[in-house]
Design a binder for this molecule. Structure first.
Ligand code: 5RP
Length: 234
């Protein structure tokens, strides 16, 4: 039976939250799928009286943590995150990801890099053979002063850059860090490590949405079940 994307996201989130134990510091991802995980953490805290602290990866995650009764902390207070749970926009067979369609990629990558264990959760349509397929862009967080340079350099790398516009207000999307988001479409990305290297060399690029080698486990909600993908066990 085909479940709705929402049910798939929810099932993946609840499977991920099973990894959380009493006393843990938990990375709180951003997006609609990660929102289910924050909801589930709030429920476990309430019903099991579990003591946890959440590190929000965005203003959205911060607000959801407050609303769902998940106490929050910072990386200054707790530099090591025990387990991070976040969503993804695309997932390849090596468990490399594209993230950042919610414009939270910088903080998401910092939280992921601070984590002992990274779990990503998604509905099944996020699984792809090659990152970038279906014209999925790589989101880049860019310092506003550097937009013209980044645009030219992305074009020189064969990409099509597009400054992300807001909905409900005229003008560009401004990230939680005060920067803009440039979506760079490269088509199918055959060498994501090389592309990451080239993009990070561009002055003005704060971070890219390529999350390479960071995932330990991916839970994909498929139909009414959850598929678990693990690093080195494909
Ligand atoms: C935000 C992200 C999200 O995790 C990603 O866009 C997936 O979002 P959703 O679960 O809503 O599909 O990277 O920057």
């Amino acid at each position: 039976m085909q479940a709705s994307p929402d049910a798939e996201k929810r099932n993946a989130a609840y499977a991920a939250v099973d990894h959380v134990k009493d006393g843990m510091v938990v990375g709180l991802g951003s997006g609609t799928t990660a929102a289910y995980a924050i909801l589930a953490l709030g429920e476990r805290r309430k019903h099991e009286n579990m003591q946890i602290l959440g590190v929000p990866s965005s203003y959205q995650a911060f607000q959801l943590a407050i609303q769902n009764g998940v106490p929050i902390t910072t990386l200054e207070e707790n530099p090591i995150v025990d387990v991070n749970i976040d969503g993804a926009d695309q997932i390849d067979p090596q468990l490399n990801l594209i993230k950042g369609m919610g414009a939270a990629l910088v903080r998401e990558k910092i939280v992921a890099a601070s984590a002992r264990h990274n779990i990503f959760i998604a509905d099944q349509k996020k699984k792809v053979l090659v990152l970038g397929e279906g014209n999925q862009p790589v989101p880049l967080e860019v310092v506003p002063f550097g937009v013209a340079l980044v645009r030219r350099r992305v074009q020189a790398l064969g990409g099509i850059p597009m400054l992300r516009e807001t909905k409900g207000k005229l003008g560009p999307v401004i990230s939680d860090n005060g920067n803009v988001i440039m979506d760079a479409a490269f088509g199918a990305i055959n060498d994501p490590e090389e592309l990451e290297l080239q993009l990070k060399k561009i002055p003005g690029v704060v971070e890219t949405g390529l999350f390479l080698g960071l995932s330990d486990v991916v839970y994909l909600g498929t139909g009414t079940t959850v598929q678990k993908l693990e690093k080195n066990r494909l």
